[in-house]
Design a protein around this ligand. Structure first.
Ligand SMILES: CC(C)(COP(=O)(O)OP(=O)(O)OC[C@H]1O[C@@H](n2cnc3c(N)ncnc32)[C@H](O)[C@@H]1OP(=O)(O)O)[C@@H](O)C(=O)NCCC(=O)NCCS
Length: 148
């Protein structure tokens, strides 16, 4: 399931160079990814962002640009969920940015809690659109474990 939305880059979103402020893009990213995750879960789920990976800015974005965000749940761990988001300039659909945002489900005491019981429907990691992202996330998890 892909969660999609479009945003207009307004003057208040720009940095002192006159292009889109990177922090604003990260805020939108976090929010869009959160929406993609929370809409797959029971409404009682309490998600916090634990990590944003793969952040690289390759393209300046100007005032008046229309950005399309496409977010998809691509990994489910024990207590974490990871959403991949692609951002494209419209109407050319030029891909300008992509990133993985990982959320952790917390219980009432703010401790990580299993996400499986919160999922509204089964997550299918073998779906073709998801498989390559699943592998990227798994590689990151392995690298983190090795680094610990
Ligand atoms: C979320 C939080 C409770 C996790 O605590 P923690 O001690 O790292 O917990 P754990 O080690 O048990 O990890 C919990 C899950 O997070 C994942 N995780 C931890 N660090 C991660 C990272 N850098 N990248 C991706 N996933 C990560 C773990 O793999 C684990 O997932 P799994 O259960 O699916 O295997 C804690 O880091 C926290 O409270 N962070 C602040 C969250 C916040 O305020 N976010 C708002 C942004 S300012």
């Amino acid at each position: 399931m892909i969660s999609e939305s479009t945003l207009l880059v307004r003057p208040e979103h720009l940095n002192h160079h006159g292009s889109l402020f990177g922090g604003r893009l990260l805020e939108w990213l976090d929010e869009q990814a959160y929406i993609a995750a929370i809409t797959r879960l029971d409404y009682r789920a309490n998600l916090v962002t634990v990590a944003i990976d793969n952040v690289e800015f390759h393209q300046q974005v100007r005032k008046g640009a229309v950005l399309r965000f496409r977010s998809m749940l691509v990994h489910v761990g024990r207590t974490s969920l990871t959403v991949h988001t692609e951002v494209a300039l419209m109407p050319s659909e030029l891909n300008i940015f992509e990133a993985y945002v990982t959320f952790v489900a917390l219980d009432a005491n703010n401790h990580p809690t299993p996400v499986a019981k919160l999922l509204l429907e089964a997550f299918k990691p073998r779906a073709p659109a998801i498989r390559k992202h699943w592998k990227v996330v798994e590689a990151g998890r392995l690298a983190r474990k090795r680094g610990q």
